[in-house]
Design a protein around this ligand. Sequence first.
Ligand SMILES: NC(=O)c1ccc[n+]([C@@H]2O[C@H](COP(=O)([O-])OP(=O)(O)OC[C@H]3O[C@@H](n4cnc5c(N)ncnc54)[C@H](O)[C@@H]3O)[C@@H](O)[C@H]2O)c1
Length: 313
Amino acid sequence: MLITGGAGCLGSNLIDRYLPRGHEILVIDNFATGKRGNLPPVAGLTVVEGSIADKALVDRAFADFRPELVIHSAAAYKDPADWAEDAATNVLGTIHVAQAAREAGAGRLIHFQTALAYGRPDQVPIPADHPARPFTSYGISKAAGEHYLAMSGLPLISLRLANVTGPRLAIGPIPTFYKRLKAGQDCFCSSTVRDFLDMEDFFALMDLAIAPEAPAGIFNVSTGEGRSIKDVYDAVVAYLGIAPETEVPVVPPGADDIPAVVLDPSATEAAFGWRAQVGFEDTISRMLAWYDAHGVTDVYSHLAAPPAKEQGA
Ligand SMILES: NC(=O)c1ccc[n+]([C@@H]2O[C@H](COP(=O)([O-])OP(=O)(O)OC[C@H]3O[C@@H](n4cnc5c(N)ncnc54)[C@H](O)[C@@H]3O)[C@@H](O)[C@H]2O)c1
C-alpha cells in the first residue's frame, strides 16, 4: 500500500498496524506536520521525502512502487491563512495522487475527509449525503480534493472522520487541556460539541475498508455521539485528579468555528457492519494514558483562532 502523509498521526498509526501484518508500504511525506521519528527504518517501509505538490516526485513514486491500494492521508492545514499551501497540497497534490494512481494501475483509493468539508450543518448528526458548504481554506481545499479523487475513475472510499484519538494525537482540546492543566495554566472551553472516535474503532473500520470487496463511497466514521468541549475538560480534570480553584470559562465559538460537529454513522454501519465500540470516557482516558507515557508534543489547530481557542477548542 502507498500512504501519503504516512508520517502523520493517522498515517503512522496505520503503518504500525499494517506493517507487522505483512503489507509492503511506501510513504510520501514532506514532514510539514508529520515527524521523521514516526517512521522507523524497518524492512517493508520505504519513505519518499517530498511534497505531493511535486508532480514528478509523485509520478516516480507511483510508477516505481505500483501500489494496489492508495491511502491518501497527506493534508495541509497548519496555517489557516496560507491558502496557497492548502491548495497546493489538498487540491493540486491530491490531483497528482489521483492521476498517478490511475496511471500506475492502482486498484483503489482511500481518502480521509474532514467534517469541515460539510461547512455549517443544517442538521446534527450530519448525514453523509448532507450538502458540502465549506468556508475555511482547509475545508474548501479538502472538499475540492475529494471531487478530483472521484474523477480518477478508481473505486474511492472517502471517510469523513470524527476527531480520531490515539497515539501521537497533537491537535485539539485533549492534548491542550492535558498540557495546560499539568502545567498549572488556565483553560477556556468553547461552547462547542464534537464527536470523538477511538483509534481502535478507526482501525476496525480501516480493516474492513482496505479489503478488496469493501464498498466504495463517502462514509462518516464516527460514534454519532456529541460531547461538549467542557465534557472533555471535565474528563481531563478527573483523570489528572486535580481540583481547579475556579470554574473553567465557557466561551462562545469563534467566527470560523462550528457549534456542533457530530457525524451520523448509520449509513457506514449498514454498509460495513461496523459500529464504534469504545465509549467517551474510555476514549479520553486511553488518550491521556498515552500522554502520561509519551508526553504531548506540538499542538496544532486548523482554526484561525482567537486566543481562547488556543486554550482548548
Ligand atoms: N485525525 C483526525 O481526527 C482527522 C479528522 C478528519 C480528517 N482527517 C484527515 O486525515 C488525514 C490525516 O490527518 P492527521 O490527523 O494524521 O494529520 P497529520 O498532520 O498528523 O498528518 C498529515 C501528514 O501529511 C503530511 N503532509 C502535509 N503536506 C504534505 C505534502 N504537501 N506532501 C506530502 N505530505 C504532506 C504531513 O507532514 C503529515 O505527516 C488528513 O487528510 C486529514 O484531513 C483527520
